[in-house]
Structure formats: C-alpha cells, structure tokens
Design a protein around this ligand. Structure first.
Ligand code: ADE
Length: 332
C-alpha cells in the first residue's frame, strides 16, 4: 500500500513510521510512505501555509493553495483515497481500519492551527477522527490511523493470527495474558493456562474476555456474536449476580475460585503488613451501593471502584480489576 502524508511537520513521522512493525513493513515493501511537505508548495513569498480567518476569531487557518498544489503534485489523477484527519470526521474503529486496509493508495492530510480552509474539503474523500478530543494537529492522528490500518494488511504482522485474536477483533476486550515465570512475586499464572488443555484454555480465555467486556464496556456486548457456551456462561454470571442480591455468600466455580485466589494473592502479596481483613466487591449493577469495600481494623471502607483501585488507610493505592464477594477473611 502506498501512503502519502501531507503535513507541515514532516519531521514528526520518520521515528514512528521507521520503527518496529511499520518500519519492518516498509522495508519489506508492503508499505510505502511518501512524506510531502505542504510548505514547499506555498506560492506565498514567505512560504506561509496559514493566514487569519475571515470574519475574525482566534488562531490561524491553513491556506487552500499550498494544499491544492501539493495534492496536484502528489496525486494528480486523484487515484488515492484522500483522508483529512479531523475531529469532525467518522471515528476510527476496527471496521473502518479493516475497510481502509483494502485500499492500494491512501493519502492523509494533516490539519493544523484552528482549522483548514473549508474549500479543501471538496478535494478530499472523507474526514477521519481518532476520538472525541482535539489534538494540536492531525499528525499524531495520522500516525495512529496508519498504525491501526497497517495491522490489517496481510504480511504486516508476524503472525496473521494476532490481528484477529486481540481486543475488539471479535468485539470483546482481550483476555489476560501471562508469560514466564509461572510465579512472579507470589502472583501465580492461572493453573488452566499451564496444563496444555487447549479446549479448556480457549474456553477460559473466552470467558475472561466476556467477563471483562461485561464489566468494563458492556455496550460492546451488543455487537458480539455469542455461541451457546458463551450464552450459558453469561447466564451463569447473571445467576450469580441475582444470588448476590439475595445472599452475598457465593458459590464459586472452579475458574472463579482460581481467579479469586489469584487476584487476592496479587493484592495481598503487595500488602505485607496491611491490616486488611476483608475485601468485598459488589458489582455496581447488582447492588444499589455497588462497589468494593475493605474492612480495615473493623471499619468498613468503601473503595473507589470508579478508579478501580483500593486506597488503604496509609495511602497505598492498589489497582483492583475484579474481585468477587468474599465472606471469609482472606487472612487474619
Ligand atoms: N486533529 C485534531 N484532533 C483530531 C482528532 N481527534 N482526530 C483526528 N484529527 C485530529
């Protein structure tokens, strides 16, 4: 794929496009980057690329002329799919990236200052945003978009599988990953991942991905294709939640027990001398007073689950991802 980048800050790109996976893809000839300095096309005496806005107001506006001249030089027959990076555009998503990855020739125009002369938009095919926030310019957005799109181009990633198994590829957040050692600072890798039973591992990963998505980004679940086992798993989670409402004592299945033990071990291993005797977590939707609580020296303290961390009396902050109800003190 050929990628033209029209910018007034060409120097921002080589460190990113030349490194790591993008750099390797360029070396292999899968990607061909063409950096175009808009300033060189300015017919203005001082090579200006911006001017004051008609009608007044703060900031400067990018001139149409240098951009049109640059487009004429780089893509005279308008063969490229021309994309203007702008917070006004369609939001980048895996679907958008996958669609753009099919193109042979993309052209990114990076806006700057307060905006671009509106007459440039007729020369472009579309506008693309990387999120609902405003950057100082389109360059970082172009790099994010290129990186995201490139991963869907065959041959860019080492293993063709990895673009399809990570967060969002199946609509779910990614399951937790571990590498060696099997135990690190008292934190153990879940047993199921060590036993080589691939069917069980797949199921464990899928369950964890569903669980994470349900708790962190429930709105994503709408677009996930669920099989029978997924549905059974979700029903079991829902049943547990119902049980929590009526009876906080929880029957944990094998995986939950393992996950709970792992999680507790992680937390407790970081609290050598903390007077934590009990941690209780209520899912926000299963209880009006949703949240996690610790009992510290007999005083129940609500934890800040919004920030997903435990704050202890001495100010220690511990990230807390997911903890099930615990009725028994984890240690005394
Ligand atoms: N330029 C400034 N902010 C942007 C954003 N969020 N996405 C794309 N281009 C931008």
């Amino acid at each position: 794929m050929r990628i033209d980048i029209l910018t007034t800050f060409t120097e921002m790109f080589p460190p990113v496009l030349g490194a790591s996976i993008l750099g390797r893809a360029a070396q292999k000839g899968i990607l061909e980057f063409n950096l175009c300095d808009i300033r060189q096309y300015s017919e203005n005496k001082h090579h200006n690329t911006d001017d004051y806005p008609f009608g007044g107001g703060a900031g400067m506006v990018m001139l149409a002329q240098p951009i049109y001249s640059c487009l004429d030089a780089v893509d005279p027959e308008h063969k490229a799919r021309r994309i203007l990076l702008s917070p006004r555009g369609r939001t980048l998503s895996p679907e958008v990236a996958r669609e753009l990855a099919k193109e042979e020739h993309l052209l990114f125009l990076c806006g700057h200052y307060e905006g671009i002369d509106e007459r440039v938009s007729c020369a472009m095919d579309e506008e693309l945003s990387i999120g609902d926030y405003v950057l100082t310019g389109g360059e970082l957005a172009a790099m994010v978009a290129i990186d995201c799109i490139a991963r869907f181009i065959p041959g860019v990633l080492g293993s063709s599988e990895s673009a399809e198994t990570e967060s969002f590829s199946d609509g779910l957040l990614e399951y937790p990953q571990y590498t060696r050692p099997a135990e690190f600072r008292g934190m153990k890798v879940p047993e199921v991942l060590l036993n080589g039973n691939h069917a069980l591992i797949e199921r464990w990963r899928r369950d964890r991905a569903i669980e994470l998505t349900l708790s962190r980004r429930p709105e994503l679940m709408e677009h996930v294709e669920l099989n029978k086992k997924d549905i059974a798993f979700i029903q079991s989670i829902k049943k547990d939640e119902k049980a929590r409402l009526t009876d906080r004592r929880l029957e944990l299945d094998e995986y939950e027990q393992q996950a709970l033990n792992d999680r507790l071990q992680q937390i407790l291993s970081r609290l050598p001398k903390q007077p934590v005797v009990r941690i209780t977590y209520f899912r926000p939707d299963s209880c009006k007073e949703g949240g996690a609580y610790v009992t510290v020296n007999g005083v129940i303290k609500r934890l800040d689950t919004v920030e997903r961390e435990i704050r202890l009396v001495d100010g220690t902050r511990i990230p807390i991802e997911d903890i099930w109800d615990i009725d028994e003190p984890p240690h005394e």
